[in-house]
Write a protein that binds this ligand. Structure first.
Ligand code: SF4
Length: 326
């Protein structure tokens, strides 16, 4: 339930804004000049805003598509963010370190994103270029608000040289089930073992439901990505990950798996400092961590042990060519 909607001047006449305002007719609507007047200003409390986030409707300007720092098999990788912030509240999420504000920012000018995607890809014949959509939020969790998948699935379906990754912890798969699967879309589900998920991933649907959603999509022909990122450490982590991998790989047929990604917990130093201040009592931030080249991560020995263990277990389920370490 959204109580307050801020509307940027530049976005006010966009049809998507009109639809959203009509759907939330009880919300207080506040016109603003630019979304930065409300979002991410100093002296805001992420924790307080997270209890009741407002919605900010804005038009994205500047660089709409950016180079992605990782890939899943393609040579050219980019990301774009139609939304900033997330419905869920994972303790390890870097968004709380990156933003001072927990409000949702929705960039409504999807047509400009699509134009920028085509321009960025500038495809050569036979080439495929990857576009990641879940970088500054969850790709599907706010679907009922954003209509993102509904708008972008037909666009990517009509451009087979562009590969879309939807990254999610949600089970909001209705827009996918409502249409034919197409090969240049990867629906990537993120998992951590239940022992971490329950205390750390607030609001996220239970693992069982997410596995069921992925299995259902696989059955309908969608290509599934599996993301075990971040890998989280606790003494005796091995059986937790072994069991998680078993559960996931016995439910999702191998031939529907596009790629598997994994990476140990890591955060830029400044984000980590801000998050540790937000949750001084959080044990996650008191793990055996160290700073290396501006990033805070597990001490090398722990990181290597976890990455090595998980890599070997994952290789029992998936060929190396589909396995990506972040
Ligand atoms: S689901 Fe992803 S984006 Fe959302 S809070 Fe959790 S880690 Fe952050």
């Amino acid at each position: 339930m959204i109580d307050t909607i801020y509307v940027e001047q530049l976005a006010a006449s966009h049809p998507r804004v009109r639809v959203l305002l009509a759907r939330h007719s009880r919300a207080l609507v506040v016109p603003i000049g630019a979304y930065s007047e409300v979002f991410n200003r100093g002296h805001q409390s992420f924790r307080l805003q997270k209890r009741k986030p407002s919605l900010i409707l804005a038009a994205k300007r500047g660089n709409l598509v950016l180079q992605a720092p990782y890939g899943i098999g393609g040579d050219r990788n980019f990301y774009f963010s139609h939304v900033l912030n997330c419905l869920y509240d994972c303790r390890y999420c870097f968004l709380q370190g990156m933003y001072r504000s927990a409000h949702y920012v929705l960039f409504v000018n999807y047509e400009d994103f699509q134009e920028a995607i085509l321009k960025t890809a500038d495809l050569s014949p036979g080439e495929q270029v990857y576009f990641f959509s879940g970088y500054d939020g969850d790709s599907l969790a706010l679907e009922s608000l954003t209509g993102f998948a509904e708008a972008f699935l037909p666009f990517f379906a009509g451009n087979p040289g562009l590969v879309l990754e939807l990254r999610t912890k949600s089970v909001a798969i209705r827009p996918l089930l409502a249409r034919e699967a197409f090969p240049n879309c990867v629906v990537a589900f993120s998992f951590t073992p239940e022992a971490f998920s329950k205390p750390l991933e607030h609001g996220v649907p239970p693992i069982e439901q997410r596995i069921a959603a992925a299995a259902k999509l696989a059955e309908r022909g969608w290509r599934i990505g599996l993301r075990f990122d971040p890998l989280l450490y606790a003494p005796g982590f091995e059986p937790l990950y072994r069991e998680l991998f078993e559960r996931v790989f016995t439910s999702i047929p191998p031939d529907s798996i596009h790629s598997v990604g994994f990476g140990a917990f890591r955060l830029p130093r400044d984000y980590f400092t801000r998050m540790a201040r937000l949750y001084p009592e959080e044990r996650l931030f008191a793990s055996p961590l160290e700073e290396r080249s501006g990033m805070v991560s597990y001490v090398s020995a722990v990181e290597e042990e976890m990455m090595g263990f998980c890599r070997e277990r994952l290789r029992e389920h998936i060929p190396d060519r589909q396995l990506f370490a972040y």
